[in-house]
Ligand binder design. Sequence first.
Ligand code: C2E
Ligand code: CA
Ligand code: CA
Length: 727
Amino acid sequence: MAVVALLICTLALYEQHKGIYREVQAQTLATMQDVALRNKKGVEKELYNTQKLLSDITAVIQLRYPNIESDSDLKDIVPELKRFASTYGFKRMGVILPNGITYTTDSYVYDLSNEDAYLYGMQGLPNVTESLQDEIGLPDWINVFSRPLFNQSSEVIGVIYAVYHTKSFKELLTLDAFEGEGYSYIINTDGQVVSDSKNAPMYGTQNLLDSLLSMDKQNAETVSRLKDTMATHSDTYDTFEASETQYLYCAPLEAELLHTSWYLLTMVPANVLDSRVAPILQHQNKFLLIIMTVIAAMFIYLIVSYRKDAHTLHNLAYVDPLTGGDNYAYFLEKLPRMATGGYMVALDLSEFKLINSICGSAKGDLVLKSIWNILNKHLEKDELAAHKSADQYVMYLHAVAKDVLLARLRFICGEITSLAEQHNTVQISPYFGIYETTDTSNPEECYTRALQAKKLAKDDTKKNWAFYEDVDVEAITEKKQLVDHFDTAITNNEFEVWYQPKYDVESHRIVGAEALVRWRTADGTLIPPYRFIPLFERNGMIVTLDEYVFTTVCKQMKEWERQHKHLFPISINVSRASLYYEFILERYTEILKAYDVDPALVPLEVTESATINNQQIQELVERFRLAGFPIYLDDFGNGYSSLATLNMMHFDTIKLDKSLVDYIGDSKGEKLLRYTIKLAKSLGMKITAEGVETENQVKFLQTLHCDEIQGYYFSRPLPLAEFEQLI
Ligand code: C2E
Ligand code: CA
Ligand code: CA
């Protein structure tokens, strides 16, 4: 904006100058015309007066000497003329006899038969000559005014003339305007100089137009233009080049006695104009200088505040508020412009939450800031680091051999871990995911890969770093696809519920079933639950899926009831994540109500790991029980199990994990099984054995009075249609 203002000002200034210049130029030209016309009047008057004087003198002579006829009579008037000459200041006067011989008042006698005075005079015409060098007497410049002398019968009998000092014209022509720098010439049609003003440069007293031509090539045009206007007998302005540019005003002189035309040329050097303009411009410039200074100051102020704003903006965009160092946005922006080839390193801290919760978040922030300082300190030229978020950092380090890189990271790691002692906090354990790349054009993708490697490092018990090369990319992409398609899968009913029947140990008749989910993708592939359940448990999608299965089973139960089929309890798996969902009990009872299903027909399977050590979940499970849902303890004996759990909570049924069932045949294992079943039974819980595959196992479980058997020995999980055939 300020730039525009300055520009406008400069333009205005320029226009102003031009305007002033034009104005003064117009004034100067007007003055020039004024002066020229005044001079012209003066010269014209002088010509007229001198001629009139001569005519009066001639009249007096004719009166005095009415009978002049002969040459001797003419000679007689010379003394008379002498008086007039001295009275009126002529250089001399004279009379020319018809034969061309003149007798002058200063006593010269010579031939003038070739001169204009004689030639015009004898034709009865008055005349004035151009300036001539006086050939007699003092060699100064003269103009000769002449008139014929008539006898009584009006015949020309001779010529009377007066010699006029050219310098009298000079006086007339001299200009009082233009600080003495202006000057003028009188010239005739050919350019011949009649007279010049006092201070006129001697451009040549002979021919002014010729000397103009010889002074500068450019004057050729001026001269040709001048000649044209002179021919039309009109006034004109023009310029010409002498040592400098000059203005010129040309006006024709009007005088009766002129046989050739005379022109008055007034000339002023162009710099006279400048000297007139200068003071005005100086004044103007001062004023504008003040204005421009004000604008410039404003401009500088604007720039400074803009810079300040830009700086603030930069800080907002690129500075991490916690560490005061570069943020991830800056990292992303900068990386593609750096030398390619190097390592993208994702850094994380395990269990950083502990520092915040045990030592306070102020301590936590201090540690995060210190870590940034360490990273930043270790950066070499063309390396980058940024605080990504929370306890996450990213670095871009030079391409070096892997062991060199690892040595660097170990060193950095050492400094970071020593922060615990320095700041008196719990242990700080960094771990790194490393992606080696030659292409940094897509930094986010590089970072994602480093993150995948970091995940691997997190699960690694032997080292705290991992390279992207070791990441099972396919598994990751598959997982990502599954997660991405979850929502559409739910809406498109891609999840199928299969049923695995449970059999009575004694009668070998179906007494119930477990609902197990499968994913039939759009292209017909069936994805088993181990591929997606753990994934959805981690990201919480399992809550939706569990509810979906629960709803499907309830709906199915209602359908069977409508078909008057015998109704078996169908147990449903509820994952640990679902139990954390606040309104699960309300949701499930609502669904029950919607399909009018007895909760006794939809027992819920929960795992021991979900309930152990969590008071809240134990209470929730208890509330489910009170709402009428039988609760099964799933996967009992798969490692986490402790018999103590059985004492702490009441379950309706214990589901023995396949790993326990597989002990059958081993005496120690059988013993463990026997005790477990005995304990559960004594606590009033029923027993279901899972993963039963052999007749042997069935027989053994019979002897232990296990209640129900679920396993491939009797049946695999079946799709709805097959299960319906079975019941
Ligand atoms: P689970 O709850 O322990 O389910 C029993 C699993 O053992 C089923 O695997 C079943 O097919 C398998 N199985 C049954 N009898 C035998 C046998 O004799 N031999 C062998 N080798 N396996 C047997 P499935 O259907 O692949 O399900 C795997 C796990 O996925 C389930 O283990 C359960 O934890 C989870 N799951 C399945 N459906 C759901 C669900 O709707 N919600 C939740 N939260 N988890 C589910
Ligand atoms: Ca189960
Ligand atoms: Ca199980």
